[in-house]
Design a protein around this ligand. Structure first.
Ligand code: ADP
Length: 369
């Protein structure tokens, strides 16, 4: 945060050292509106003009959020608050400028993750949709069978009723197309158009998911303990799919503690190097435990012990991790609860599950994620 004072009539502007730093101006150099304007991107110039207008009219307070841009394309988001000093003869404003770039970037990231995960949530409710899909597709199918039957009868009649036969054949084609359309729509709904393989920082990906489920965890009185090891190697993969897995493990852990009342509902999430150039992530809870002899049972499609469960989360999660060349497993342990872990190869190690797409190559060479 930096401070300023601004005498509107004389144009005299005084900045604190921090404000010079925010604007990246040489400390102590003269500050003018023209100089500031150079930093303001064209879309935000009207806001600045408006602010100057209000200052010239001597309004008591104003507050703006605008951006400044640097020659190298970097952008900072600023929040300016100014108050007119009342003890002066001339109009003078005293104000503060906050650099809110970090907050904005987090908000934008959160928003992006939220919308991408909304897509995932649609996929996750696949089980619930199955019944209505079956119904939708069944209708044209039974239409096809009925019409084809009528068509045959019309053709076998003596003399054959060609006109009606033609009409029922046309209806058969129409129903066939309808079924194909339904399938095409469903495929469009469930396939993300772009599957992006890129270097992923699992710590960061997990933090984003935690931000999303924090509200749910709180409502369920879950005490979260996160342990993210520093300098975790990047993994190569589809960030959204990996986040889908993490979210599923966290939700299951939280669900497993729904009826726990005699101990704190502790949930821990941990990342660590997994050996042999792998990265490992573990989610552990103190819930009801796996309750099956073979911990692998929970990965079977449609296995669920929840009244509102669908039993596909873990099987989808496992197939995602395996397509990344990794492994996902469950373990019971001493004491209550269960833990779920996955390992996936770090991007330094060649990954059989990940096609060498242009996107992978490009991001690997620039090192961006
Ligand atoms: P769903 O959550 O819809 O039941 P999942 O495939 O995600 O589907 O989970 C399948 C089943 O595995 C759950 O119903 C539950 O019985 C078991 N399970 C998953 N995670 C845990 C956990 N952390 N603790 C105990 N049981 C679990």
């Amino acid at each position: 945060m930096g401070n300023f004072s601004w005498r509107v009539a004389s144009g005299e502007i005084i900045w604190s050292e921090q404000l010079y730093r925010i604007f990246e101006f040489e400390p102590g150099t003269a500050v003018t509106l023209d100089r500031i304007a150079i930093r303001v991107p064209p879309e935000d110039v009207p806001m600045m003009v408006d602010m100057v207008g209000r200052a010239q009219r001597g309004e008591t307070d104003f507050e703006y959020q605008h951006r400044i841009m640097f020659a190298d394309g970097r952008i900072k988001h600023l929040h300016l608050i100014a108050h007119r000093a009342t003890d002066r003869d001339e109009v003078e404003y005293i104000g503060a400028v906050l650099d809110i770039t970090q907050r904005r970037v987090s908000e934008e990231t959160l928003e992006r993750v939220r919308s991408e995960l909304a897509q995932v949530t649609r996929i996750m409710s696949l089980g619930a949709l199955t019944a209505s899909i079956a119904h939708e597709v069944n209708q044209p199918l039974s239409g096809i069978v009925t019409n084809a039957g009528t068509c045959l009868r019309m053709l076998s009649a003596d003399p054959p009723n060609i006109e009606i036969a033609k009409e029922t054949a046309r209806r058969t084609i129409r129903d066939g197309n309808r079924a194909a359309d339904i399938i095409a729509q469903l495929r469009a709904l469930f396939s993300r158009k772009t599957v992006r393989y890129q270097p992923v920082d699992l710590n960061e990906a997990a933090r984003e998911v935690l931000a999303l489920v924090a509200g749910d965890l709180q409502r369920n009185h879950v005490v979260l303990h996160a342990e993210f090891v520093d300098r975790l190697p990047l993994v190569g993969g589809d960030r959204i799919q990996l986040q889908q897995v993490i979210m599923n493990l966290l939700r299951n852990a939280s669900d497993a503690m729904r009826d726990v009342d005699d101990r704190p509902r502790q949930l821990s999430i941990k990342t660590e190097p997994g050996g042999d150039d792998h990265v490992k992530l573990t989610v552990r809870d103190v819930g009801v435990g796996l309750g099956t002899e073979d911990p692998d049972t929970v990965f079977q499609a449609f296995y669920t012990t929840k009244s509102d469960g669908m039993g596909i989360g873990l099987s989808v999660s496992r197939s995602i991790i395996e397509s990344h060349g990794g492994r996902l497993w469950a373990e019971g342990h001493d004491g209550p609860g269960a833990s779920f872990s996955f390992t996936i190869p770090s991007s330094a190690k060649s990954n059989p599950g990940i096609p060498d797409t242009d996107a992978t190559r490009a991001s690997a060479t620039t090192g961006s994620s």
